[in-house]
Design a protein. Structure first.
Lengths: 112, 136
């Protein structure tokens, strides 16, 4: 697939994917572009930053009656506006460092 | 986090195949059907699909048959928990009633938006016009 090409042209392509992988198992709140916000345990994430959540709870449930019977969901990455994370799970210094390293040294090519 | 694994895995929908799913689309529609197939773009094939329209505490269903949905229109897929669905506080009503109420709500909303637009324009504001049919 075009994965390696997409990494060459966009070195940050794996950074957030790798970051989200460290958060699997944590409770997160995903806010979508349609203003729907869903809290759940992060089950998996992929290269498109599609998100799978378990044991979901919809924020402001009454506005979204269609979600009442849904316990797990798959969210297409393209519709995500924000992902709210538990602060203790995020090492911002590490993230900043990783981002800086990505810019200087893209994930493919310069690595030995 | 100092090794970036180049191999990538998909958040696979393979576990959801042959299950009854709720699909929310970008235009606000809610489809319920059995997922038969998907691909890397989240294109979906749904069987025995119904379009469910919710109004207040009621809903109406329109049978739709087999749907092929282009992935870019998909907002989310939810696995429907049959037990929780049975406990639902919502009543099913004939779909004509729901469509009627929905039409009335749409008309009222369009009227409100037009009035708002006119008042803002009179004040000298320029107003964004939401793209028709697409909520997000």
């Amino acid at each position: 697939m075009g994965t390696l090409d997409s990494i060459r042209s966009n070195p940050e392509a794996v950074l957030f994917y790798s970051f989200f992988k460290t958060l699997v198992g944590q409770p997160v709140t995903v806010e979508l572009k349609n203003d729907l916000a869903i809290t759940g345990v992060l089950v998996s994430v992929d290269q498109f930053l599609n998100i799978k959540l378990d044991n979901i709870k919809v924020v402001d449930e009454e506005r979204y009656p269609h979600m009442l019977a849904v316990k797990n969901c798959f969210i297409r990455g393209s519709v995500v506006r924000y992902v709210q994370l538990p602060a203790p799970s995020v090492d911002t210094a590490l993230l900043q460092d990783a981002a800086r390293r990505e810019r200087q040294q893209p994930a493919t090519g310069a690595r030995k | 986090m100092d090794s970036f694994q180049i191999f990538t895995t998909s958040t696979s929908l393979v576990d959801s195949v042959d299950k009854k799913l709720l699909v929310v689309l970008r235009d606000g529609r809610k489809l319920i059907g059995i997922l038969r197939s998907f691909d890397q773009f989240a294109n979906l094939v749904l069987q025995d699909t119904i379009e469910r329209i919710y109004v207040a505490d009621t809903y109406g269903d329109i049978p739709r048959g087999i749907f092929i949905i282009r992935g870019e229109n998909v907002v989310l897929l939810g696995e429907i928990d049959e037990e929780k669905e049975d406990e639902s506080p919502l009543r099913q009503v004939p779909v004509e009633d729901v469509l009627q109420i929905q039409r009335e709500e749409m008309e009222a909303k369009v009227k409100r938006e037009k009035t708002k637009h006119r008042m803002l324009s009179d004040q000298g504001f320029s107003v964004d016009v939401a793209e028709f049919g697409e909520l997000y």
